[in-house]
Design a protein around this ligand. Structure first.
Ligand SMILES: Nc1nc2c(c(=O)[nH]1)N[C@H]1C(S)=C(S)[C@@H](COP(=O)(O)OP(=O)(O)OC[C@H]3O[C@@H](n4cnc5c(=O)[nH]c(N)nc54)[C@H](O)[C@@H]3O)O[C@H]1N2
Ligand SMILES: Nc1nc2c(c(=O)[nH]1)N[C@H]1C(S)=C(S)[C@@H](COP(=O)(O)OP(=O)(O)OC[C@H]3O[C@@H](n4cnc5c(=O)[nH]c(N)nc54)[C@H](O)[C@@H]3O)O[C@H]1N2
Ligand code: SF4
Ligand SMILES: [Mo]
Length: 876
């Protein structure tokens, strides 16, 4: 290959790349041929077209610009999605209102830097030199490599790593056919501790569905649901109603004045990771003052009231004040305010509580408060649904369905975190790259989809990139993406995907209306160029494998798969369930009552035939079809009447304050755990020297991790992420807004109870030069950065590097019609540093240490100890 002659350059040339041609997409190649001088001289982009929405075709579907997955409706004119609004039929959504990210979705479709063709790496991995190839070539390469692993007796060396993909059934089918268990994900980076706490306590669910419209008191521990949260939009809508209609109160504990904290009736900034102490002390007050719900506690908590009283006795507000810095009087007052609104009161969390070394325990302490005041399952309380998943029995798959792979590996089930995969697959994704490096598991084929680990993983651009670049560790990497990303940059093959507005899929979430529902994602328009939905790509590859694998993919394409899944959905006035879903976008099962007090539902008499009641525990057991005895309910006695009720899906059929399993699992690792919610002081935070601080991160309302920075209208709003520093701290360090500091981070340290922190040496991880923003709105010992910015490779908006595309003609090709909006990135990125803007921020994950919390493995993102040193602008 004569490199110089054939190689095109820059993201903007992607769209017109011809088969066999080469393109260079290395670091700093966002600008097209015109360059910045030409760009600065250009006229402003043409005015936007005003659309006549009444002429539009309307298509119902599901948003995926974040993991809230709202039902939406798209307006399509001339094969372009010109507007998105909410689908009010989605019970969570209930109205036309989406968030800003939802509105911005269509810009991805028309994105001038969309990946349109499969690309094959031409230079060294991570260099950025690519050649356009055909899908057939891509398929042949992937299928032959997978077949080789299968034939060698090592199907587990095929790993598929997906983020918030929403095609779990499809991925499971693909890996099931191959026989590989190695389906990796992001859950331990996200919400494993929250899910674990709900499973331990309630058993029925991983996610609470607060009955917010009827709630009178919201006690929020570290959730930023006004701008993030996996269902924030739906919670906010209902909470706003509750606050207007009956003056519901919102109290927020956040180390930072988030938009949620700012809109709360009270904001309290605790020392990081002390939420568990505060919640336990609130429990102490509630018990001491007798403000608990006797009815719920007597029947449905697996400790006696006296035992609860005793275990909470040491956790006084004064003790919690010492741990957290929150005044004892406030803890006392808030606990009583909360309890006196029972049962219309809800205490809840999100990552501010969970993403710590002690996250699982702290989460449990908060969930406990709902049990004490008996708000669990009550109108206005901490409710939970019954069916929040797409079960195969309800949404059948085409036959035959491959069996679950029997193998296991350290990569997807690391023995050091025995609870990670206990209730669902949470996987401990943050250790994957380091384990590959250590040889804990071998990978032949690495398939990545909807993740961008160089940006979003701890030690992203360090450990992660080092391993992704190393061909001896990862011999082959095929990445599916919609735009050139930092993940794609380290691949061998890039597979251009359809966006969420161009593809199929069934989706659901926990229902805030407490009734099961399902939504349909369907293409509003066809994907441009050769972009193809990843589910179809997997099925296509499956059919190219041997007959043992190919037989699972004979049903056809992804549309056929989804049609099959809809077979049991009532047809309404349509031909069948699938047609119904295409029209309505959503089906709500109103045949079952709302899931209030599910634990109190009487067991049907026929269920009790041949059942056994345990004398001591009153748990009702029954032998199932396969001869195994299983708990099905609980006997309770109320007003002198004994009755058989469903209870919770825990071993005791009660809300478990005490978890026996936790004790035994911890013991196997040599960790001391008494099975009760407890407060574990974060080892690295004890006796913190004056010049050390805690570095935390957060999500902005207009950005989703590594998903949105290419969406110009969002990045125009937030494109820079200076590090927040408290005003008094800044003064003592001699710093003001706009100054630069060198930020150094340190590894965690192990705890005194036998728990081993990952590489728990306390040694430095690395340093990064960052700009600071001085504010009153943060705890004096905490620094905070947002984590959605600072791309090194990607499109022009994400890089803040404007410049014209180098070939306008390309846009006319293959039905990818040009519109004036597509010139947007040429001359309007005013945040480009070369014209005096502030640039595109930085990504701090390179220096955030891998730090899975004990037992369950949730990444302790918000614990990182750090220090700063002022540097001059020249040094920076
Ligand atoms: N410092 C810090 N880091 C964090 C967090 C934190 O709090 N602090 N939060 C963590 C959390 S909660 C999570 S869930 C993880 C998420 O981290 P990831 O799982 O990496 O999620 P995203 O950043 O959404 O992944 C985005 C990638 O998917 C691509 N993509 C978007 N749409 C599509 C599509 O339709 N098809 C395909 N094939 N690709 C698409 C994007 O272009 C991008 O490359 O990040 C974690 N990272
Ligand atoms: N706009 C937007 N929405 C999103 C996402 C997104 O990236 N952007 N991502 C989606 C995903 S994958 C997730 S997981 C959710 C996450 O939703 P959330 O968990 O609600 O959001 P986070 O920003 O991860 O963290 C919540 C808050 O924790 C605070 N915090 C940090 N450390 C501490 C601490 O020690 N104690 C306390 N009390 N608070 C602390 C932060 O300041 C932040 O405001 O959002 C989802 N929705
Ligand atoms: S909350 Fe998330 S899923 Fe819902 S509209 Fe906004 S970006 Fe889309
Ligand atoms: Mo997440």
């Amino acid at each position: 290959m004569k490199r110089r002659t054939f190689i095109k350059s820059g993201m903007a040339a992607l769209a017109q790349l011809k088969l066999g041609e080469y393109i260079y997409l290395g670091i700093g190649t966002a600008v097209g041929a015109g360059g910045v001088a030409a760009a600065l001289a250009m006229d402003p982009p043409p005015r936007k077209t005003k659309h006549d929405y009444s002429q539009a075709k309307r298509v119902k579907s599901v948003c995926l610009n974040c993991s809230t997955v709202c039902g939406i409706e798209g307006f399509v004119i001339d094969n372009q999605v010109v507007k998105i609004r909410g689908n009010p039929l989605d019970p969570n959504m209930g109205s036309y209102m989406t968030c800003a990210k939802g509105q911005s979705g269509p810009t991805i479709n028309n994105y001038p830097e969309r990946l349109l063709h499969p690309l094959k790496r031409a230079g060294a991995r991570g260099e950025g030199l690519w050649q356009r190839i055909t899908w057939e070539e891509a398929y042949t390469e992937i299928a032959s490599r997978i077949q080789r692993s299968i034939d060698a007796g090592h199907p587990e060396r095929v790993a598929l790593h997906a983020g918030r993909s929403r095609i779990d059934a499809e991925i499971k089918r693909f890996l099931g056919a191959i026989g590989s268990p190695v389906q990796l994900n992001h859950r331990a980076l996200c919400s494993a501790s929250k899910r674990g706490a709900n499973y331990i306590s309630l058993g029925d669910t991983d996610w609470e569905s607060i009955d917010a419209e009827r709630c009178r008191y919201f006690l929020n521990f570290g959730s930023n649901f006004y701008e993030a949260h996996q269902g924030g939009l739906h919670l906010v809508k209902r909470m706003a109603t509750a606050r207007f209609d009956h003056g519901a109160k919102l109290v927020t504990f956040d180390v930072r004045l988030s938009n949620t904290a700012g809109r709360s009736d009270e904001w309290h900034a605790p020392f990081p990771g002390t939420e568990g102490a505060i919640a336990l002390a609130m429990g102490h007050v509630i018990m001491r003052e007798g403000e608990y719900d006797r009815r719920f506690m007597e029947h449905f908590v697996n400790l006696d009231i006296d035992e609860v009283h005793d275990f909470l006795a040491p956790y006084t507000p004064e003790w919690a004040a010492q741990q957290s810095g929150i005044a004892a009087g406030d803890i006392e007052r808030l606990a009583l305010e909360f309890a006196r609104q029972r049962p219309a009161a809800a205490a809840f969390t999100n990552r501010g509580t969970g993403a710590h070394y002690n996250g699982l325990n702290s989460e449990r302490a908060v969930v406990m408060l709902n049990a004490l005041v008996g708000s669990v399952g009550q109108p206005g309380g901490y409710c939970y649904g019954l069916e929040e998943k797409l079960s195969a029995s309800r949404y059948p798959q085409p036959q035959p369905v491959p069996p679950k792979p029997k193998l296991r590996t350290d990569l997807e089930d690391p023995p050091e975190w025995p609870l990670a995969n206990r209730w669902q697959e949470m996987k401990v994704g943050q250790i994957v790259y380091d384990y590959i490096r250590q040889g804990r598991a071998k990978v032949d084929v690495y398939l990545s989809y909807t993740i961008s680990s160089p940006m979003t993983w701890p030690e992203g651009r360090s450990t992660t990139v080092e391993v992704l670049k190393d061909e001896s560790l990862i011999p082959f990497h095929a990445c599916s993406d919609v735009v050139y990303s930092e993940m794609a940059h380290y691949a061998d093959l890039i597979l251009p995907d359809a966006t969420y507005l161009e593809r199929w899929g069934l989706d659901t979430r926990n229902s805030l209306e407490l009734q099961h529902f399902v939504t349909l994602r369907q293409p509003m328009v066809q994907p441009p160029g050769e972009a193809r939905s990843y589910a179809d790509v997997l099925f296509d590859i499956g059919r190219r494998l041997g007959p043992q694998q190919a037989k699972y993919f004979q049903f056809g394409d992804h549309e056929a798969f989804v049609r099959h899944q809809c077979a049991n959905i009532p047809a309404g006035n349509e031909a069948d369930g699938f047609e119904y879903m295409k029209k309505q976008g959503v089906y709500v099962d109103r045949s079952a009552p709302k899931s209030y007090e599910v634990h109190r539902r009487p067991l049907k008499p026929e269920l009790l035939l041949n059942a056994r009641i345990d004398e001591v525990t009153q748990v009702i057991y029954k032998t199932n079809a396969s001869g195994k005895e299983e708990a099905i309910g609980l006997m309770i006695e109320e007003d002198g009447i004994r009755k058989a009720v469903r209870g919770f899906q825990t071993p005791s059929r009660k809300f478990e304050l005490y978890c026996a399993e936790l004790v035994s699992v911890a013991t196997t690792l040599g960790i001391t755990d008494d099975g009760l919610p407890s407060y574990i002081p974060i080892p690295a935070h004890q006796s913190l020297p004056e010049d050390r601080f805690i570095l935390t991160s957060f999500k902005w309302n207009v950005h989703t991790q590594a998903r949105t920075a290419n969406q110009k209208y969002l990045t125009e709003i937030v494109h820079d992420n200076p590090m927040w520093i408290n005003a008094s701290t800044a003064a003592s360090l001699g710093l003001k807004t706009g100054d630069w500091v060198e930020l150094t981070t340190y590894r965690p340290v192990s705890g005194p109870h036998g728990d081993q922190a990952y590489k728990g040496t306390g040694e430095p991880v690395g340093s990064e030069r960052v700009r600071i923003f001085v504010t009153q709105g943060i705890h004096p010992r905490v620094f905070a950065v947002s984590n959605s910015l600072g791309y090194l490779v990607s499109g022009r908006a994400a890089l803040a590097r404007q410049g014209e595309r180098n070939n306008e003609a390309a846009l006319g090709q293959e039905g990818y019609g040009a519109t004036p909006e597509r010139d947007d990135l040429s001359a309007s990125l005013w945040w480009d540093e070369r014209q005096g803007g502030r640039g595109n921020g930085y990504n701090v994950n390179r220096i955030l240490p891998i730090n899975p919390q004990p037992l369950i493995g949730n990444q302790a993102w918000f614990d990182t100890v750090c220090s700063v040193r002022k540097v001059s602008a020249e040094e920076a």
